[in-house]
Design a protein around this ligand. Structure first.
Ligand SMILES: [Zn+2]
Length: 263
């Protein structure tokens, strides 16, 4: 499921391939992804414009077209972007295609159909309406401490709550907690201030390094949890078998030996 590093990687890909090109058409192949806009309206409003810039917040990507119209993209469970020239290169699960004057296309691909595409006038208003928290890479230490000082519950549940901090999902929450050596079920009220500060630093570091690796698991260090996460996986630090548990409705993977509940 695309999280902050994946969506940032899509943003950079879109910036590199699809900006400043005149849009000559929009081909909607599955209207289910459209939110608050019809296929006809999407095509009518984008035709003749250019994507000029983009902005990411958490797991959301916003692409500004000239004259201040924003395309918003959410990648759901399996969404991704592909830029290509020939129709036969179109990904199998293409849902929406943006056609450019240079005869290239940008596909929004999404096998599981949880992605979203919409048009909005104002990004800040959208973020406010969704009540999204600050982006996980923009949040300041003081804000981070405030959240952990106020909230109750398991530390992993807090990290996953997009209304508190936007961008961290199941995979990176586990990675961050593994690196910080905190058990995912640890109650936030049990965390010392210096542990919260460490969690903040670790979160930033993991997210940035994952972006550097283009969110590609094959490029991630073997010392990370990610390449070992799953049944039969061994802790890259101590070699013991990893454990899983359902926390906040999601499957957490962790090392019961390296990650403790008392901090
Ligand atoms: Zn371990």
């Amino acid at each position: 499921m695309p999280e902050l590093p994946d969506v940032e990687t899509f943003k950079r890909y879109l910036d590199r391939t699809s900006l400043h090109r005149r849009i000559i058409g929009v081909d909607v192949r599955s209207a289910y992804v459209l939110k608050g806009v019809s296929g006809r309206e999407l095509a009518r409003r984008l035709k003749g414009r250019r994507f000029e810039s983009s902005r990411r917040h958490g797991k959301h990507l916003f692409v500004r077209a000239d004259h201040d119209l924003w395309l918003r993209l959410h990648f759901g469970m399996t969404g991704s972007l592909h830029y290509f020239k020939d129709e036969e290169q179109a990904p199998k699960h293409t849902r929406v295609l943006f056609l450019f004057a240079n005869r290239h296309r940008l596909a929004f691909e999404d096998q599981r159909k949880f992605g979203e595409i919409g048009l909005i006038d104002d990004v800040n208003e959208f973020l406010k309406k969704r009540a999204l928290g600050p982006d996980a890479l923009d949040i300041r230490l003081t804000q981070f401490r405030e959240i952990f000082g106020k909230q109750r519950g398991a530390v992993k549940t807090i990290l996953l709550n997009q209304k508190l901090i936007a961008g961290i999902g199941n995979i990176y929450a586990d990675e961050i907690l593994f690196r910080a050596r905190i058990h995912p079920a640890t109650q936030v009220s049990a965390l010392k201030q210096k542990t919260v500060s460490k969690l903040f630093r670790v979160a930033r570091d993991i997210l940035k390094r994952a972006i550097d690796a283009k969110a590609d698991m094959d490029r991630m260090p073997k010392s990370w949890l990610l390449p070992h996460r799953g049944k039969g996986g061994k802790c890259p630090r101590c070699g013991r078998e990893l454990k899983s548990a359902t926390i906040g409705g999601r499957t957490a993977w962790f090392c019961a030996h390296c990650q403790r509940k008392s901090h």
